[in-house]
Ligand binder design. Structure first.
Ligand code: F3S
Length: 76
């Protein structure tokens, strides 16, 4: 699962994803998280590097609303 995107409707701005994986997730000015990795802009189309998989999984596991989506193929 190398692709990630946040279902932003369900994000409650807890920040756990950014704590676990600051290179992949950040919160915008409204406090809503998105994938910022290599300019992905939460589109879920940028393959995340192998050495970040562990923190990606940690972010996924720690999100309280399970709004981080992972996939083996690009989202769009
Ligand atoms: Fe939002 Fe989940 Fe991150 S609630 S701030 S996407 S850990």
């Amino acid at each position: 699962n190398n692709y990630a995107s946040v279902n932003q409707d369900d994000c409650i701005s807890c920040g756990a994803c950014n704590s676990a994986a600051p290179d992949i997730f950040d919160l915008d000015n409204s406090g809503i998280a998105g994938v910022i990795y290599e300019g992905d802009s939460n589109r879920g189309v940028t393959a995340i590097a192998a050495d970040l998989q562990e923190e990606l999984q940690e972010a996924y596991d720690n999100c309280p609303t399970q709004c981080i989506q992972l996939a083996a193929a690009p989202f769009a």
